[in-house]
Design a protein around this ligand. Structure first.
Ligand SMILES: CC(C)=CCC/C(C)=C/CC/C(C)=C/CC/C(C)=C/COP(=O)(O)OP(=O)(O)O
Length: 644
């Protein structure tokens, strides 16, 4: 006979330890709170009920199967109130981890896009939502009216669905009345079922009466089980059903467990005697079985941002999974803003009468104005939207990236990294806007066309475009994962480089510095990978000073005319060597980030450094396609770093 404690030792603790190990790098205070809350609720809600059932001999524990009791309840049962929430929370985290949002969006979020012709500005895509309030975003001009739905109730109340549980409660009450032989009339309604079940209605009645109010109330509040939630619940419950009811297989006589083995025993006199699976009573199945208004455009921005990420960056796509949800949402918002702003400038088609450079400068100025306004006027959406609209080539998808960014990020990350990124765009704008023809570029006018002249120029550029993002990641981690600087619930933007005083301040400044080194390192890898590709559009990030002669520069820009055949090794390998040094110097700082951000930061860097490995395997030779590293290889590198 297995004792009750052995059930925990053999069947609950091992999966908890295994799942806990897998989830360890991301296991944070939110999970601790969830476990404490659920165990506490399970204990205070179930203890009186369990005591009552035991007092009525609803189920019993054979002598010797338990360690001891608190009042009537075995100590092991109390442990179960704690262990089961832990198991289910871990399973739930594991199954839902890949989701950016923990809930399904209501169908009503499908926002229709319709083209409206504005006589002055031509075609505009606007989002229309049926049955919603009209907002005139065009300042009363002509008839282009954008219909918006400002907010979405993420957990919309479900009174009708909760009626099912109210019904269950009534059935439960009727069975209890039947079991105890009570006679009850409410508003003249006879509640007794008179099924002749007598005491056999006891267990089912009390189980229904115990579980229905909880599920009914949660359902009323809007709880909906997602597909992943069903999986977590299904597997967790199936495991417990198996533990409760099934033999371990081969050795049927000695190793049968739980109910059939006598660790506990449901009294036949108090149950219906219907079995759904082997010896599992119907009642047991029952036994194992919370809304906010969110800006609809932000939710939509998140969906779009995820798509942008999937299309735009393999490294971010792999690495994002290594961060917990709080950080991941911020990362996705930052990434999509960076990608969208970069594309707006790079893919710009200038209007008649303006040069490419003028148009790009104009777009960058507007992006900057919008960025500064996002912080200065936060959360003044009405001011921001016209600024955003004034940027050319905006689509509803790019707008949602701006909207998401300006609603979320100012509260989490200071403005400085994004201004630096704009500085990086400005450097890019100094490159020729069109690939220059061979004859137009002479050895003596190279310096006029190529802004990266010295190693310092290169490092400054890398710092602007990637060091900035690395520092933003640090701030995101502090804002979302620590209490000392958690402005998530404040409605003010983060002031520049805020940090608590004293030693912590110095420590944070040091971490930011080191993270910038890591960002620079990754950018150097990126530049080494893309030397040939970038050269096709006359972008040369390898410093001019590192070329032996001006003609060597022309060879890179026009490889077809290079003689003898061009080798990229003299340029790519030094970049990778410098990247390695920067990486080594900064890696130690990662271990000083908030604990649940470390795995993600390591995974991000390691998966990107797989590109460097691949270039080295090719002895530094790259081509116009860059260097391909399979997603599997990257995922493997990320996984090793994550669980390091
Ligand atoms: C060292 C400390 C304390 C923290 C490190 C913090 C981290 C993880 C910094 C990394 C910052 C980062 C992600 C920089 C950008 C790197 C880069 C060159 C990305 C290129 O991205 P894309 O060009 O979009 O993607 P692909 O190259 O995958 O296509």
């Amino acid at each position: 006979m297995l004792r009750y404690i052995q059930i925990h030792l053999y069947f609950l603790l091992p999966p908890i330890v295994l799942l806990g190990f897998l989830y360890r790098p991301l296991f944070g205070r939110r999970d601790v709170l969830k476990i404490l809350w659920l165990s506490f609720m399970a204990t205070i809600y179930t203890t009186p009920w369990d005591n009552f059932i035991l007092s009525q001999m609803g189920w019993t524990y054979p002598p010797g199967s338990i360690i001891g009791r608190i009042w009537l309840i075995p100590i092991e049962e109390h442990l179960f109130f704690i262990l089961q929430p832990i198991l289910l929370i871990l399973l739930h985290e594991l199954f839902t981890h890949h989701r950016l949002l923990p809930f399904d969006l209501p169908n009503s979020l499908t926002i229709r896009t319709e083209a409206v012709i504005d006589p002055k500005e031509g075609r505009k895509d606007v989002d229309l939502k049926e049955g919603s309030e009209d907002v005139d975003l065009m300042g009363g001009r002509d008839k282009a009216v954008l219909k918006t739905e400002a907010t979405v109730q993420t957990l919309a109340r479900r009174p009708v669905a909760s009626l099912v549980w109210i019904l269950c409660m009534i059935v439960g009450a009727a069975l209890v009345i039947e079991a105890h032989g009570l006679e009850m009339k409410i508003w003249g309604l006879e509640l007794a079922l008179k099924l002749g079940l007598g005491m056999r209605a006891f267990y089912m009645g009390w189980i229904l009466l115990w579980i229905s109010p909880v599920i009914g109330w949660l359902t009323y509040l809007g709880a909906r089980v997602t597909k992943e939630g069903w999986w977590a619940w299904g597997i967790g419950s199936a495991w417990l059903v198996w533990v409760d009811t099934t033999g371990l297989g081969a050795d049927r006589v000695t190793r049968r467990i739980a109910i059939r083995n006598g660790a506990w025993r449901i009294s036949p006199e108090t149950s219906l005697g219907l079995h759904v699976w082997q010896s599992l009573p119907l009642e047991w199945v029952n036994r194992r079985a919370i809304g906010v208004q969110v800006d609809a455009y932000m939710l939509r921005g998140l969906i779009e941002a995820e798509k942008t990420l999937r299309k735009g960056s393999k490294s971010f796509e792999v690495a994002k999974l290594a961060f917990g949800r709080e950080m991941r949402i911020g990362l996705v918002a930052i990434y999509s803003w960076c990608r969208v702003t970069d594309n707006l400038i790079d893919d710009l088609v200038p209007a008649n009468g303006t040069t490419h450079t003028q148009a790009k400068r104009d777009t960058l100025d507007r992006i900057r104005t919008h960025l500064i306004a996002s912080y200065d006027k936060y959360p003044a959406q009405s001011y921001l939207d016209p600024t955003m609209d004034s940027i050319s080539d905006m689509t509803s998808s790019t707008k949602s990236a701006f909207h998401l960014f300006s609603n979320l990020i100012p509260r989490l990350v200071p403005i400085r990294p994004f201004l630096e990124l704009c500085q990086g765009y400005e450097t890019d704008m100094q490159f020729p806007s069109h690939p220059i023809k061979l004859g137009d570029l002479q050895e003596d006018n190279l310096v006029n066309h190529l802004p990266i002249k010295t190693t310092d120029d290169l490092l400054r550029y890398a710092d602007d475009v990637a060091g900035s993002i690395a520092s933003a990641i640090c701030f995101l981690a502090w804002s979302t994962l620590t209490t000392s600087s958690n402005p998530v619930h404040s409605h003010r933007p983060v002031r520049n480089y805020p940090s608590p005083g004293g030693a912590e301040r110095g420590n944070r400044a040091w971490i930011v510095d080191k993270s910038r080194e890591m960002g620079r390192a990754l950018q150097l890898v990126n530049i080494a990978r893309d030397i040939a590709k970038d050269a096709t559009i006359s972008r040369l990030y390898v410093p001019l000073a590192s070329f032996p002669s001006a003609s060597a520069v022309l060879d890179i820009l026009y490889p077809a005319s290079a003689k003898p055949v061009l080798s990229y090794k003299p340029y790519s390998i030094p970049l990778l060597d410098r990247a390695d040094t920067l990486r080594k110097e900064s890696e130690v700082a990662m271990e000083h980030l908030p604990r649940t951000a470390r795995g993600g930061a390591r995974a991000m860097a390691s998966s990107y450094f797989e590109i460097a490995e691949q270039i080295r395997r090719r002895h530094g030779e790259v081509d116009e396609q860059g260097v391909k590293v399979s997603s599997w290889r990257r995922a493997w590198a990320a996984a090793r770093a994550f669980w390091k």
